[in-house]
Design a protein around this ligand. Sequence first.
Ligand code: GLV
Ligand code: MN
Ligand code: MN
Ligand code: MN
Length: 414
Amino acid sequence: MKKADPGRIEKHLKELNAFNSTPECGTTRVVFTDVELKGREYVKGIMRGTGLAVKEDSIGNVFATLPGSDPSLAPVWTGSHIDTVLCGGMFDGMAGVFGGIEALRLIRESGIKHKRDISAVVYTSEEPTRFQVSCLGSRAMAGDLTLEDTKGISDKDGNTLYDVLCRLGYDMGRFGEIKRGPGSVYAAVELHVEQNRRLEDDGRKIGIVKAICAPTNFDVIVTGVQSHAGGTSMEARRDAYMAACELALILEKLARENTESEYTTATVGRVKVSPGSVNAIPGRCEFSVDIRDVDFESKRKLTERFLSECAAVELRRGVSVSHVMHNQDIPLRCSEEISGIIEKYVKTAGLPYEKMISGPYHDSMFVGRFAPVGMIFVPSRNGISHSPEEWTDFAEIAAGTDVLAETLAELANR
Ligand code: GLV
Ligand code: MN
Ligand code: MN
Ligand code: MN
C-alpha cells in the first residue's frame, strides 16, 4: 500500500480551516452556517477530485464512495465531522475526514482490489454547538433522531432543525431513508485525535479505542428571589446562583468519588446568571450538565443521585430547581475483531500503541448501534482539544491514515 502524504493532509486541513467564523479565536464552524456550508462544498470538491462519487442524505450526511467489485455486499465506512465547538481547533473531526479521504485515495492508487464499497462519510453536526443535541447525522442513522424530533429541537434564535433543513432544500420526504438497519454497513472505522494526553505521556503514536463514553446532557434551572444585594441579609436571601454553585460542586464530588465505573466525568460548561447585576441577588440561574461514563448503569445512578441532591438543595436554600433532559446516550464497546485488525497493522508499521477508553464521544458511538465499529486515535499535543491550542502533527495523522487504509482494505475484502 502507498503511504499517506502528510503535506496533502496539511493542505486540506488548512484550506478547510479558512472557513471559520472566528479567525481571531481558533476555529468555529457551526452546522449549516455560511462557513460550514462553504466548508461542506470544499470537502465535496476534494472528494470529487479524489475520484469518489459524492452523495448526501436528507440531514446532510455526505458519502464519498470508492466502488467495490460486488455491489450486493454491505459497504465499509470511515469518516468523522467538520463542524466544531465555539473557538475550537482545526483537527477534531477534520483529521478523520481528510484521513478517510486520503485512505480511499491510497487504496485506489495502490490498485488494491476490494469486494465491498468503501465510503468516506462526513456526519452532520457531531458537536451540539447549535442545536444542543450532538451527533445529529449519525444519531438519525441510528434511528435516535426522527423527522418529528427535528421539529422539536431549535437553535438559540428559535429556528428548528426541521426548518433549517427545509430552507436548505433537503428533501424531508426522504428523511426515513437516513436510518440504517443492522447489516446495512459491514464495518466502520473512524480516525480521530485523542483529545487527552495519554498517548503523549506514554510515548505512543496510536490509540486503539476499546469503548466510547456516552454523555447525559441536561440543563438545570434554579429559581430563587431577585432582591437587593445590600438590603437583603445573608439569612433572608434565596440566591439562585449560590444554589447553582453548591450543586456544581456536589456534581464534581459525585463524579470524582464514583467507584462504580472505569471512567466518569462531569462538567458544568455553561452558566447563565440573571439578572447579572453587581448589586442584585440573582433570581435565576441556568446551567448545563454533561455527565460521561463508559458504563450506562453507573451514569444513570450518578444522574439520579445528582437529581436527588437538587431536591435537597431546594429545601435547604428555599429555591426551586427543575431540569430539562436533552439526551441520555448509551456508551459503546468497539468491535474486538476490528480492533484486532487495526492492531495487526499498527504492529506491522512498528508504531508504539495502546488500547484506551475514549472520554469524548464520536459519531462512531451511534454508528455502532447498527454496525461493528473501530476507532484509531492519534496524539493530541498536551492533550488539548476543543480549544484554539488543539494540535496534532500532520505526520502523526498520516501514520494513523496508513493504518486506517490497511484496515479498510482488509475489511472490504471480507
Ligand atoms: C464532542 O466532541 C464531545 O465529546 O463533547
Ligand atoms: Mn469535539
Ligand atoms: Mn470529534
Ligand atoms: Mn467529539
